[in-house]
Design a protein. Structure first.
Length: 202
């Protein structure tokens, strides 16, 4: 009898220890410092590969987004009553979402739509797909993505697009820019994993 009691007590202690470790891990992962470190690591990985070499294609994408926004700013500012207070097509959530959608709704929309977009790109350019049709599939997919998400976030699915206009608006657009870096990166990873696991040809 005493052996059974001792065994139950040991199981209780082990369960308590595992539960404590799980709670500690959740608290660590949810802490602001951990979230900031993850964000910094994600942005760094976007611009620098594991060997430390710059990812020139990603750097050029962001530079192109900024240059494009600058050209639009030059054109739009030629109108007498022009102001960036209207958002200048910046991506946002909460009061800065065109439809007033929450941060969580914006995050889900951007992650899911980016994941689907990447799966469509990978599928349309994969083996056995008729040549020449990829631009049609990709273009129509991007059109649908815009129709869905413009009311939610003004549509990002691309950190470079979000960064370019946010730099000219400043303030809230810069403060909310983190989501439009995080969501496309997470969505791209998710889309790549799903495509490779379920859709890719062997």
């Amino acid at each position: 009898m005493s052996d059974q009691v001792s065994s139950i007590e040991n199981e209780i202690e082990q369960t308590r220890a595992r539960l404590g470790a799980t709670i500690d891990e959740l608290v660590y992962r949810a802490s602001p410092k951990t979230i900031v470190r993850r964000e910094i690591a994600s942005v760094r990985a976007y611009f620098v590969d594991p060997s430390g070499a710059p990812r020139q294609d990603h750097i050029l994408k962001v530079a192109g987004g900024i240059a494009g926004a600058f050209v639009l700013y030059l054109i739009a500012s030629g109108k007498a009553d022009f102001s960036t207070a209207g958002g200048f097509a910046s991506n946002g959530y909460g009061e800065h979402s065109p439809g007033g959608y929450s941060m969580f709704a914006a995050l889900v929309a951007e992650v899911v739509l980016t994941a689907f977009f990447l799966m469509i790109i990978l599928g349309a350019t994969g083996k056995g797909v008729p040549a020449g049709f990829a631009p049609i599939a990709i273009g129509l997919a991007l059109t649908l993505i815009h129709l869905i998400s413009i009311p939610v976030t003004n549509t990002s699915v691309n950190p470079a697009r979000s960064t370019g206009v946010a730099l000219f608006v400043g303030g809230w657009a810069i403060q909310q820019l983190w989501l439009f870096w995080l969501a496309p990166i997470v969505g791209a990873i998710l889309g790549g994993v799903i495509h490779k696991s379920l859709l890719a040809d062997d």
